[in-house]
Write a protein that binds this ligand. Structure first.
Ligand code: GDP
Ligand code: MN
Length: 392
């Protein structure tokens, strides 16, 4: 789960990372109110969206006075910002971060990520900050410094100092860098983060260090024990289909095809998507309804899949272990009544209570196509598509 820059700065500041003074603004008036507090009214106005590359896209501006702040804030709020990292629609700007201006001497890159190879937290740093890490890796790979942290020891001070030296920091900056690194490491570890990125981490002209940008993302599977982090979620920044699904306990990922999938188990979902492609079709989504799916959850799954206008046929593939085929079948029948399905539906049931499930489908008299095997189901879904799509 991602959070906003201002939230990441708040968290990191609590752990000891120096950040510029700032405030959140939801209206141009709130933005100019903050500008009035900082002497001459000059401040940086930053769009808060779940994406980097905002600077290049026109979502960050150093403003000279209160009027400029209000005008720029007004021009951003309510619009969509399209960056290199967003899709063509961009992300809606609902809030801004207004911050005191920093006089930049040096821009550094600092990231904490999970290194899957060593199964440890890894620091990635570069003396060449400000660029996105992907560009940095391509244009100046030699500048990247990597450091693995031993979980039994934690981030050792000598490691932090070594990194500061490698970045060419001097004097009091070495101590400041050690503070920043230690704070980021603790925040990462204590909050079940997946990523902490400060880009740029700057040395100001007075020699002090400050996090000018901050990004954090968290392990979805640990949110149950991090309620304070879970509460930061901003559904306005998520794909509406994916947040609708998440709210109903469904794992959903939107894709580009037209065959809507309702499946139990991530492995079976992947296998079904492969079978669809082998049969010459394209899946519209990944959807795992999970174990013990009630008829209500099946209905929500239909609603989720149907919210994608590209879907032309729906394939339900259930191997019931913890699930029960009769519950799923009841859910499919209920979905016909409640959701109003007009597309072809293919159902393949297998496992617990399969006879009862099939009987419910047959007795319903609904135009549901039944299939016995996965291959049969995938073929049936591909053949059931409207001719115009199949011809593409
Ligand atoms: P991103 O483009 O989404 O990564 O947003 P950033 O927060 O990194 O801001 C983009 C760029 O704006 C930074 O790399 C800086 O060059 C510039 N910027 C942001 N805040 C300040 C500031 O206080 N002073 C100056 N001079 N530049 C700033
Ligand atoms: Mn940045």
């Amino acid at each position: 789960m991602d959070i906003h820059e201002h939230q990441a700065k708040d968290i990191l500041a609590k752990f000891g990372v120096p950040v510029p003074k700032g405030d959140v603004a939801f209206t141009p008036e709130q933005a100019s109110f903050f500008a009035r507090q900082v002497g001459d009214g000059s401040c940086v106005v930053k769009a808060q969206i779940y994406s980097g590359g905002r600077g290049e896209a026109g979502g960050v501006k150093v403003c000279n006075n209160e009027t400029e702040v209000r005008e720029f804030a007004g021009s951003l709020l309510g619009t969509n910002l399209i960056t290199k990292q967003t899709d063509a629609n961009g992300k809606r700007i609902d809030r801004l971060w207004i911050e005191e201006v920093s006089d930049i001497d040096r821009e550094l890159y600092l990231g904490f990520v999970l290194d899957r190879k060593t199964e440890r937290i890894m620091i990635v740093a570069s003396g060449h900050g400000g660029m996105e890490i992907e560009d940095l890796a391509e244009e100046d790979p030699d500048s990247l410094i990597r450091m693995i942290i031993d979980p039994a020891v934690g981030l050792a001070e000598y490691q932090a100092r070594e990194l500061a030296f490698k970045l060419g920091l001097q004097g009091t900056q070495i101590g400041e860098m050690v503070t920043v690194l230690t704070a980021c490491y603790r925040a990462y570890r204590d909050l079940d983060a997946m990523m902490v990125e400060i880009n740029p981490l700057v040395v100001r002209s007075d020699g002090s260090m400050v996090a000018l940008d901050a990004k954090m993302s968290f392990d979805q599977n640990a949110l149950f024990r991090r309620s304070e982090i879970a509460a930061l979620r901003d559904p306005g920044q998520e794909d509406p289909r994916e947040s609708f699904a998440a709210d109903h306990g469904l794992a959903y990922v939107g894709l580009d095809g037209d065959i809507g999938c309702i499946i139990n188990g991530a492995g079976l979902a992947m296998a079904t998507m492969d079978m669809i492609q082998l049969s010459g079709g394209e899946p519209a989504n990944f959807l795992d309804i999970g174990g013990g799916a009630s008829p209500e959850r099946v209905c929500q799954a239909f609603r989720t899949v149907l919210s994608d206008a590209n879907v032309s046929v729906i394939l339900v593939n259930i191997f019931a272990g913890i699930n029960r085929c009769d519950w799923i079948a009841n859910g499919v029948v209920q979905a016909y009544k409640e959701v109003g399905i007009e597309l072809p539906v293919i159902v393949r049931l297998s496992g617990t209570n399969v006879e009862a499930g099939q009987k419910i489908i047959t007795d319903s008299g609904l135009p549901i196509i039944s299939a016995n095997t996965l291959a049969e189901a995938a073929n049936a879904a591909v053949s059931a598509r409207p001719k115009s799509i199949a011809a593409e």
